[in-house]
Every structure is written in C-alpha cells, then in structure tokens.
Design a protein around this ligand. Structure first.
Ligand code: SME
Length: 161
C-alpha cells in the first residue's frame, strides 16, 4: 500500500471526497485502533492544514488524549467540560465558530479560534471524540460535519481497553 497521501485542491467537499477513499485504504487492512486513529489524524492535518487534529478517548469518567497532530494539548477532560466534554455529554457534533464565545471552552492554545468536535458513538455510547481546531474564525460548517461524521463512523473501534 502506498503511504503517500494525494493532496487535493478544490472545494471543501472535493477535498473530503478525495481524502475519504485514501483514509479507507490506509486503515482497512489494519485492526490496531491507535494506528488507525494516528493515520486518520495525520491525513486530515495534511490535507487541510488545520491547527490541531486529534482524538480523545473515553477512559472511565474522563476523556484522555489519544493520537493527534499539532501542539501539545490538555491530557484529560471531564464529561461536560469544554467543547469536547460537551460533545461527549450530548453525544452530538458541536461546531464553535468563535471559541471565546463558547462558555467553558478549554483553551489549550490561544491560537485556536474555531473548533469542531465529533463524537464517536458505538452501541449508543460515546467512546471517544474527534477534535479539530482552526487558527481562523468560523472555519467549520455542515459540510465538515457531514464528512467528518462519515470518517468517524467508518472507524473500526475495537480492541481498545
Ligand atoms: N478546546 C477543547 C480542548 C481540547 S484542545 O482544543 C486540543 C475543548 O474545549 O474541549
């Protein structure tokens, strides 16, 4: 399998449509969850160049940082705290156009201006979240939500304790 990502220009939808089959090719033959999360975070960061892309994984009563691309970030987040903890609690994607306007936002970096968090739901339970931060305001919309939910939905979330 080729490990080079083909980077596309074009509309946001076109970029996702090019990226998603590549993510599937990268992950379909691999059963190790952490390996797949690492490559998905890297592929998204490489295509879109966002400030921070990564996964938090539910462990007991907290989210714990998992594979990510970008600057170091908060290690643990409690349920209901920040955008990630709220997405976990509500089991819903949350789009934040301006992080300063989100009550309780956890600022891992002052460079982060907007954010989207997508919960990973298996058997009606949130098992983790995909968190993406941008250094520009109002970066994320329903197109990102649609395609990121597709990516998150395709992850084989198994074998993780
Ligand atoms: N801003 C997030 C915390 C995680 S960092 O952005 C990587 C939040 O409010 O949950």
């Amino acid at each position: 399998m080729a490990e080079d990502l083909i980077i596309t220009t074009g509309s946001k939808a076109e970029q996702y449509q090019s990226l998603i089959p590549q993510i599937k090719a990268l992950t379909e033959g691999e059963t190790d969850l952490i390996a797949n999360l690492a490559n998905i975070a890297a592929a998204l960061k490489e295509q879109f160049g966002w400030f921070w892309v990564g996964f938090y994984i539910v462990k007991a009563d907290e989210l714990v940082i998992g594979p990510f691309q970008g600057p170091v970030a908060c290690t643990r987040i409690r349920k209901g705290r920040g955008v990630c903890g709220s997405s976990w609690e509500k089991a819903e994607t949350i789009i934040v156009p301006d992080v300063e306007q989100f009550p309780g936002h956890i600022a891992c970096s002052s460079l982060s201006k907007s954010e989207i968090v997508i919960p990973v739901i298996r058997n009606n339970t949130v098992v983790g979240v995909l968190d993406i931060d941008s250094s520009t305001y109002d970066q994320f919309d329903s197109t990102d939500q649609r395609y990121l939910e597709e990516i998150v939905g395709s992850i084989r979330w198994q074998g993780y304790k």
